[in-house]
Write a protein that binds this ligand. Structure first.
Ligand code: SF4
Length: 214
């Protein structure tokens, strides 16, 4: 496990390596971000950004999505994969936002996680990116890196989220989340981590173990 001091140094290294780390999904409103995050599950942000301009040009508000036939939405989002479930989740969330929150996306994690079709990861991203809240959303990259670096030893996202929230100061949570995602996408990839290019290798448990075996 990492100390707070090590976590700070890790974040500094990640920010040096990825000075542009930020949400890569395109959106204009909190609701559009919510839709984009749901679409991004098991799909690249690039693909989502190819799909959403046409979708948001034709349908943009929770009210419009709440009224949308599921088959219509499925045609727009087909190329994002899992389109049937994603369409159902988006329409359920839109109906909930209209029915329970007056058409406005709620701005707390507790409320966001009560929306139909919205899991903790999605709620955390919307809370942090749309509303500027402090949160660490754990996707596949963050979970993998939290284990490789040595913040946690668990395959459960909630364990990684808790360990990372403990290690980093709250005001650094969102920065850490984006920096870890960028590192997972571009350096510490699932199949072939590029440890020789990594600016945090000196703090990484997986790297230390690999050096011992040499
Ligand atoms: S040293 Fe290698 S395994 Fe560790 S974080 Fe960097 S790229 Fe990933």
């Amino acid at each position: 496990m990492k100390t707070k001091k090590q976590a700070k140094l890790i974040l500094e290294g990640l920010e040096r390596q990825h000075p542009d780390a930020q949400c890569e999904l395109d959106f204009a409103t909190p609701f559009q971000l919510l839709v984009a995050v749901i679409l991004s599950a098991q799909c690249t942000d690039k693909r989502v950004n190819e799909v959403t301009p046409k979708l948001f040009a034709d349908y943009s508000t929770p009210e419009q999505f709440a009224e949308m036939p599921q088959e219509t939405l499925e045609k727009y989002i087909f190329s994002c994969g899992f389109y049937h479930n994603k369409a159902a989740h988006i329409i359920s969330a839109a109906k909930d936002i209209v029915g329970r929150f007056g058409g406005k996306v709620p701005s707390t994690i507790d409320e966001l996680t009560t929306l139909a079709g919205v899991g903790r990861k999605t709620a955390n991203v919307v809370y942090a990116v749309a509303f500027g809240g402090n949160a660490i959303a754990v996707d596949t990259h963050v979970l993998r890196l939290a284990n490789r670096i040595g913040f946690v030893k668990s395959d459960k996202p909630v364990d990684a989220e808790n360990a990372l929230m403990k290690a980093f100061d709250p005001e650094d949570w969102s920065a850490a989340h984006h920096a870890l995602i960028f590192h997972g996408r571009y350096v510490c990839t699932a199949r072939a981590p590029r440890c020789d290019e990594c600016m945090i290798s000196e703090y990484c448990d997986m790297y230390a173990e690999a050096q011992k075996r040499r």
